[in-house]
Each structure stands twice: as C-alpha cells, then as structure tokens.
Design a protein. Structure first.
Length: 195
C-alpha cells in the first residue's frame, strides 16, 4: 500500500494508529512537526541561527548565533559535514567558490554571514587586508612574545651605542635570551617594525 500523500510513492510504514497510511518520512514529519510538508533544509536552519546586528560597517552584520570555531567563525552541519556558516552563505547567495580562493569578511566580523559583506580572494589577499585593517597581531599582543616594546627600544639603543664592538649581537642575544637572528631582525627593523 502506498503513502496517503499523493505525490509520494513510498510504502506505508504504519498500518494502524494515529499515523496509519503514511510512509516513514511523512509519519516522522507529522509526529515531530505536525506538518506533512515540513522540510528542515540547511537554508531553513541557517536562517534560524542568524541575528541582524548593526556594527561599525555600512550595512548590518548577520551574526551567527550557534556554534563558533575557536577563531569565531560560525559552523553547522549540512549532510553530516561540518560547514562554515559564512562559506555556506556565500555559496547559497553568490555561487560556488573557485578552487584556490577563500571567502573573506569585508566587515572584519568572523561570525558575520551577510553575503554583502563576503568577498572572494586568495589567502594572501586576506593576509594583506588583515594588515591594512590593523587586525594583524604584532609585538606584545602575540601571546608568545618574549620581549616588550621597551626591550626593543633598549636593544636598538644598545646596538647603536656599541656598533663597532665585536660580538655585540651575540651579547644582546644572551642578555635578552633570544637568538642572534632575532636580534638582527630587530636591529634591521624586519621584526617589530611598528616600534
């Protein structure tokens, strides 16, 4: 016997009781949602989990309200696969992401899923934008930094005062407990450029 739903060709799952005459899928939809046509598509779930919030950007962010990654990106499951919410949003509203490109946030808000705030670019484009927007960690804001801003100024001053002294770089490295390559990078402003 076929399901009561006219377009369904599945066999009846329950032959008696409240849900008699329905296949397994339609029976579950009735039991859980009281609606034979209920479909919990990824997009319906996506819409449920966003909140429109005005930030410092021109248009409001659509902030993800569910699970976040360590870096603050929204995530949820689609067909048993973990998906980034901003990537799902981009693909749903704008299309497939070409190989080698990534989705970037113009609004600098990783939990935002507003497709108007999302653009494609390379990893290097994203890093350049991060530096341009001053979101790049540098100096003491890096949690593994061994030196402070005053240490950097001291290293440069000591080096300038003792330029002709043999082994000054090794002495500074020993004093500040870092290697000589790091001392050279600090002196030549390849590291800690912002100071």
């Amino acid at each position: 016997m076929k399901c009561k739903v006219k377009v369904c060709e599945e066999e009846v799952h329950a032959k008696s009781g409240q849900y008699a005459g329905y296949c397994g899928i339609h029976r579950m939809r009735l039991m859980r949602h009281d609606d034979i046509n209920y479909i919990n598509s990824p997009f319906q779930r996506f819409k449920k989990y966003i909140k429109v919030i005005q930030r410092d950007y021109e248009t409001p962010c659509w902030e993800w309200q569910r699970s976040l990654s360590k870096k603050g990106y929204g995530k949820f499951k689609v067909n048993s696969q973990n998906v980034s919410a901003h990537v799902f949003s981009y693909e749903y509203f704008k299309g497939k992401i070409p190989k080698g490109l990534q989705v970037h946030h113009k609004c600098n808000n990783p939990s935002c899923c507003n497709p108007d705030h999302l653009v494609l670019g390379t990893h290097q484009d994203n890093m350049n934008y991060k530096v341009k927007c001053n979101r790049q960690c540098k100096g003491i804001s890096i949690n593994t930094a061994k030196l402070t801003s005053s240490d950097i100024l001291s290293i440069r001053a000591m080096y300038n005062d003792n330029k002709g002294v043999f082994g000054i770089i090794n002495q500074l490295a020993k004093q500040f407990k870092i290697n000589r390559n790091q001392i050279s990078a600090i002196i030549n402003r390849k590291a800690w450029k912002h100071i």
